[in-house]
Design a protein around this ligand. Structure first.
Ligand SMILES: [Zn+2]
Length: 169
């Protein structure tokens, strides 16, 4: 048995595969079989489905607003999961990168998806500006508009500290 990042990314607390941890056990049945690099590559470069329709300019204000809220809620949710993961990593040890590689992998997967969601939100934002709608939305999580460099310990620690400070005020 080995673990892999669950399709729900740990965002579903009631998930039957990972129970909200974000890591699901998989049967390592294909150990003997040669690794198919093509499918491996495909898996890594996952495609996200856009929720912004091609006819965005034909949508009503309330429809555009609803899309914005949906994207922001999703960004907030994924950001929350990222802080939970960061809180579970003992940055004061010397081997946390090695010991918690799966958590960093999940952090990275969440970050990639957040980048996609932000690009979607940018389209919505442009539409709102073009139509001069007076829509104002705000992120509810500190990480939602932050770019996380998952390879940088320093940046992650700094962001987590700022988040905690904000939360405790
Ligand atoms: Zn799951």
């Amino acid at each position: 048995m080995k673990t892999e990042i669950c399709s729900c990314q740990g965002l579903d607390a009631a998930c039957k595969k990972c129970f909200g941890s974000g890591f699901a056990s998989v049967n390592d049945d294909h150990k003997a079989a040669p690794k198919n690099t093509a499918t491996k590559k495909e898996k890594k470069k996952q495609k996200f489905e856009s929720i912004v329709p091609n006819n965005l300019s034909e949508l009503s204000k309330s429809e555009v607003d609803a899309l914005a809220i949906k994207l922001i809620t999703s960004l907030d949710f994924k950001s929350k999961k990222q802080t939970q993961l960061l809180n579970a990593i003992p940055f004061n040890t010397t081997t946390f990168r090695r010991d918690f590689g799966d958590k960093f992998a999940l952090l990275d997967a969440l970050e990639t998806e957040k980048q996609f969601l932000r690009s979607e939100l940018l389209l919505i934002d442009q539409e709102i500006q073009q139509k001069k709608y007076n829509s104002k939305f705000r992120f509810k999580h500190y990480f939602s508009d932050k770019d996380l460099d998952v390879t940088s310990n320093r940046q992650l620690k700094t962001l987590l500290r700022a988040y905690k400070k904000l939360k405790n005020n």
